[in-house]
Write a protein of this length. Sequence first.
Length: 425
Amino acid sequence: MRNLLLAFGLWVAVASSLAGQSLDREAIFFDAISFAGATRDSSRMDLYLALPYAALKFDRNSGEYQARYQVTFTVQGEGKKWLDTTYTRDLSTALYDVTAGRPARYEYFQRKVFLPPGNYTATAEILDIKANLTGTIRRNVTVRDYLAERFAFSGLMLVSKIREEGGGHSITPMFTENISALPEGYFLFFEAYNNTSDTAFRLTATYRTTKGEAIATQFFPKSFPPGRSQAWVRLQSKNLAKGLFNVELKATTAADTNKTLATIERLIRVAESLDGLPLTEADLDEKIVQLRYVGTQSEVDGIRNAASFDEKKRRYGAFWERLDPTQGTPKNEAMLEYFRRVEYANEKFRSYAAGWLTDMGRVYIIYGQPDNVQRDPFRRDGRAVEVWQYFGQRNLRLTFVDDNGFGDYRLATPIPLGDKYQYGR
């Protein structure tokens, strides 16, 4: 069996049930998945939690932004509490933008609990100590005696990427029920436990409504050796209506596709759109035009010239997915920050053209807020001047001149034509 490496840098999960006064339901990520243990009558539950800095309150102290939080994990079931452990952690950063999720930064936890077969509730309770706010997230999980069955699946993990690495595979878990976050498709990762004499199987993945109606199906031939093995299938996520669905994975032998050996399912969600993606064709066309400071002309033309609205949306989503710093999460921070800058430019720099089309708007969108601004409204020649400075690696000093006295500032210092917006800059 090949080794499996988890790429924990890009986790996400969905909060099944979140109680709390203001902790962000979509920001705190928790999941619980069951697998076989090392022996019969012993299975395990894997708990995953990702807590973004942006969900916590930071106070400034001695030049640092500081937060403090507490996480308590519990697992209960079959008349017993199997896990009850608490972690208290302090966070510190010198950068305010990090506390606001620019760029996104997370605290990660993974816990394994070995359990007998049964029904369990896994809970993560998060306390933001500085804000005195709590949030509780619960997952109900059925743990089976996998090794005692002729053929069985573990729980299903939603995965955004799988790549070969060091003789094994590295996976990037999604742990979000919103499969709209990946318009190009996603993976179901699982373990298979084969105690039969067969090695050739057929898997059927079916999307079902919450009432059990099948709406889409894919088939996969698979080979499973005797014993335990790791596997995945790639599923399509487009052309599904908005709503909640169960994705069901069923196994039969290749020789007898009428006899079901194992079935497992989990809930997924299809959102109307990703956070920040336009919903109408007119909105989308406007957003595509505004890509000029982040994409090349050929990239923009490739999206604009799509044959249909659906294809245009797919290409637009794929463009931003490539730039997403936390792929698989419900939010694309790079896209949200870009259009936040566009909106700010439209509000602050409007002249004879929309603010994002002005020289100041262009510079702001590409480079962000300047580190220093010098204004001279009464220069000798009567023209107002603004000088923007960017320190650090960029080391830019840009001069804007108002030639006509009506606030139409033009850039007097050229910038490289190839410079584009980069998230985190």
